[in-house]
Design a protein around this ligand. Structure first.
Ligand SMILES: N[C@@H](CCC(=O)N[C@@H](CS)C(=O)NCC(=O)O)C(=O)O
Length: 196
């Protein structure tokens, strides 16, 4: 199996091969949770987590997102996501993911009605919550919102189909966070099938 283009740079800086990593002075932090903890310590006001209780609950949301939401979304987008990568990185993505999935990307995503039904069940607590309150953390967003949003952003840009139905509370929340921070979430290329 090959490697993606920047992997030796990432490994040289952080001693492991995954992104994201953050360089802060002479500190190198890897893993998004560790980065969030670092940011909370460096910039305590306003709190990214909304205090200690918020931090504890954000960790639960983080585990749920990594182990339940993420896999449900991968079943829907993996065969399309590969087209977002530079051509020279696609062989690595295909061979590494197909080794992990035990089948081709296309076979992994083939039964869309099944994976769509699973995704709908997985996101149901989010939809129900967001009908009652503006953000997952309550009246204002916290790291729990941002980490879940990152998975929906990956799906929004990584696949030409939008699986979050128009008119839902989840859609309003996702689109609101994409537009936050002066439209930061929109400053990324659309899926190649939609570009042009
Ligand atoms: N738990 C880690 C997961 C990081 C992760 O899965 N990164 C993926 C991209 S989103 C990666 O670097 N993959 C490289 C590879 O597959 O070799 C975090 O939240 O930072």
């Amino acid at each position: 199996m090959g490697a993606w283009r920047e992997v030796e740079t990432i490994r040289g800086l952080s001693g492991q091969h995954m992104v994201p990593i953050v360089l802060d002075g002479d500190q190198v932090i890897h893993d998004s949770w560790n980065i969030a903890i670092h940011l909370e310590q460096r910039f305590p006001e306003p709190s990214l987590f909304g205090g200690d209780a918020g931090r504890g609950l954000a960790r639960v949301v983080n585990q749920w997102s990594d182990h339940v939401l993420g896999p449900a979304i991968r079943r829907l987008i993996s065969a399309d996501f590969i087209l977002c990568l530079a051509p020279e990185d696609r062989d690595y993505f295909r061979s590494s993911r197909e080794a992990a999935f035990g089948c081709s990307l296309e076979a992994y995503c083939a039964d869309r009605p099944r994976w769509l039904a699973e995704f709908t069940a997985v996101i149901s607590p989010l939809e129900r919550t967001l009908r009652e309150q503006r953000f997952l953390a309550g009246a204002a967003p916290s790291y729990a919102d941002y980490l879940v949003f990152s998975v929906f952003q990956y799906a929004r840009l990584g696949c030409p189909d939008d699986f979050v139905a128009d008119g839902t509370a989840l859609r309003a929340w996702r689109d609101g966070l994409a537009a936050a921070f002066d439209g930061l979430g929109h400053r990324y290329p659309k899926h190649p099938a939609l570009a042009g």
